[in-house]
Structures are given as C-alpha cells and as structure tokens.
Design a protein around this ligand. Sequence first.
Ligand SMILES: [Zn+2]
Length: 362
Amino acid sequence: MNPSRYDYAIEVVLQDGTHLKQVPVAMDWGPAVAWWRFMALRQARGEVLPRRGGAVIEPVWDAARGAPFVAGVRVSLAGADGETAVVLPRTYFNRAALEAGRRLVEQQLLAPRETFLYRVIAYPKSEPSARPAGLALTVEEADAPPTIRASSLAALSENATAVGPAHEADVPVFIPQAVLDCATDLSLEAGAEETAGILIGHLCRDVESAQLFLQLTDLIPAGHTRTKTTAVTFTPETWSAVQAALQLRRSDEVWLGWFHSHPAKYWCPPSCPAEVRRACSLQQRNVFSAADCALHRTVFPLAHSLALVVTVSDAGVRPALYGWREGLIVQRGFSVLQAAPGLRELVIGDATIGEVYEKECN
Ligand SMILES: [Zn+2]
C-alpha cells in the first residue's frame, strides 16, 4: 500500500531569493516508516503496530506559510488516534532536494556546487492509483519485530567510554574494543583495497529503564565481497557465510550492520609529500559516500542498522559509526567497551554523508 496520498515537489530558490523551479520528486518513504516502527519499539509499544504496512504519511504544513508548504511529515497508523504518530522534520527531504539540484545542474539551470535553498510543497494526488516505481517494496519491508534481549545498561556503561557525536534521538551503542581492533587489523591488512564485514550482536532492552540499546559482540569478516579501492559489494556467498557463522555460535546474535574500510592514504598520489598527505582534507574527513548510502539503504534499512567505517589515513587509523536518525543516515556516537586510553581523540572531523568522494589531492 502506498502510505502517502500526496505528491511532493522541491521548490529550488537561489540565494538571492529568486524562485528557480519546482521539481517533482518521488519520495522514498521506507526509512520514515522504519523510524516510526523503531520509535514504537523503543517506547515499548511496538505491539500496537501491525507486522507489515499500516503506515500513513501526511504533510505537516509550515506554520507561517500554510499549505502547500511543508515543514515535515507525520507518520501514523492508519485509522488510529495520534498516539502512534511520529513527526519527521523537513530534513527528511534533504536527499530529494539534492537530487532535484542535480537535475537542475544537468539542465544547466544551476551551476555545479552552487548553494541553493529549498522549500517542500505537497499536493493531494490527482490519481489515487498513481504510485512511484518501487514504492510498494520499500513500505512492505518491515517484517516481524526483532528479538530483544533483557540486559543492564548501567552495568555496560560502567566499563564504557563514549566517543563521537552524541544525540538525544540515538539509542546507545556499545562496541567492544576487540571489535574495533579487529576492524583496524582487517583494514590495514587490506592495503589499498577496501575490506568489509558484518556486525553482529544483540538489540537489548534495559531491565531498569526499559530503554533500547545495541550491544555489538563481533565482526564477521566478509570473505566473499567484491572490492575496489572505493566501493564494496556484498555477494550472496557473504550472506550464507555469516548465517552459517551465526548458527555455529549459538548465541542468538542478530545482524546489526556492516563494517568497511576507507583506505584514504592510497587516494593521494604517492608523489605527494608526507606532511601534505597528513593534512589532506580527503584523508581527514569522515566520509560516507553516495555508494555507502545506497548500500546501507538497500541492505540495512532497519532503523537500528549501523555502519562502521575505518579510515586508514597517513595520520593514523580512525573509526566512525553511522546509523539512521529520523530517516536520515548520519554519523553518530557510540561507547567503547574496555576502551583503550586516547581513543576519544581518534574520532575527529565532520561527517560527510552521501557525497561521491573523488580522488583528488589538495
Ligand atoms: Zn565507503
């Protein structure tokens, strides 16, 4: 079922206020619906949601301008009162706005890399049967609720060190130092190639506060990936190998996400002087590329799915964690169990999400 009775458009506005163009967009509601389900699960009322479908998405009108200008979207259960509703901010349209901008660059109406502003506009659908291609798949993907294990947040927090950007909308994530060490070793061994693996562990609920959190237990190296220097592809063999490993371990672990490396030091030409390479912004930034976003959206669409990226730069090896927040992929904080001193300083830089990274040295 298509959850939206509205069509959406991005109105692109230049920085001087000139209205450039309205671009119709086909919205991907999958991450919004996944976030809505996860919020219900977090508030321990996941049982009120049907196992599949049931979501209705409606625009929240801009308070100042009114309809058709959109301030966000409201996801709720069809036919229910407001209790299950979640409101997602206008940032949910960032990806669609970037795509609209890209189309205007193609039409030479906008210069490449030109900064623009955007408004979101919604209109009731003219034809009730019209639906963007692929939408049915994205909203039907929520399956049975995940297995949740009872655990103690306080006990884990005692041995944990928080790293990276914290945000109130994120659930706590605990990663053993051994998992980070394993990811580092794999990344260094792979040299100029990207390497990858699957993160496993438990989705937990605190016995005292009923708060949800994630505890990673291990990283299963993906021996069957196809890698290039700037991309990784999981193959069906990867999935069967991980499934077999999980069954052998008999610890009721589930897939929590994926890991891959960014061999950034190999993105700079070897002729570049060492001190320039260490300060190179290409190596310093934490990047989650457009290809990374596409893989995460396709393979890890659950709202608690994580992506660990280890960047190997000339200045050192640096982990960064990404996950879903309000339907967007963002860099997020985590806690290291039995953290080695000094790790806090290793997580640096602003995240760059969804940019296609280019191999150019500066
Ligand atoms: Zn990547």
